[in-house]
Write a protein that binds this ligand. Structure first.
Ligand code: SF4
Ligand code: SF4
Length: 112
């Protein structure tokens, strides 16, 4: 999730997708993601807690999806969160953004 206004009234990706990342991004391994918010997944990877539950919701997400949200560890979030951009941002399409928004009853950001 980014800090765009549109994302701060959405949060659907943080409440839909499994967020896995290499364990080198953990604070204890020299990265920035707080260890206490991540579960070990494999020997090499971790995932944000809550993102493999049903319904999924990252433990770091604060607020109500579709209304007002923010990432509680924004400065320290893992790479997949930094790389997941709102559909249409800088002209780049992201069909996953549209799909997960739809799961939460939110309209597409870009009209095709
Ligand atoms: S689903 Fe798209 S619009 Fe919603 S928070 Fe994620 S990137 Fe932003
Ligand atoms: S760490 Fe932040 S941006 Fe990443 S899934 Fe969790 S709430 Fe969303």
């Amino acid at each position: 999730m980014s800090d765009l206004d549109v994302c701060q009234s959405c949060g659907a990706c943080c409440a839909s997708l499994r967020v896995s990342f290499h364990r080198s991004q953990l604070e204890s391994e020299g990265g920035c993601v707080p260890d206490g918010l991540a579960d070990e997944e494999t020997g090499e990877t971790c995932r944000m807690q809550g993102t493999d539950r049903y319904p999924p919701r990252c433990v770091a997400l604060v607020g109500k999806v579709g209304e007002k949200v923010h990432c509680g560890i924004y400065e320290y979030r893992p790479d997949p969160c930094r790389e997941f951009a709102a559909d249409g941002l800088f002209g780049v399409r992201n069909a996953e953004c549209t799909r997960v928004r739809g799961r939460h009853g939110l309209p597409p950001l870009v009209k095709d």
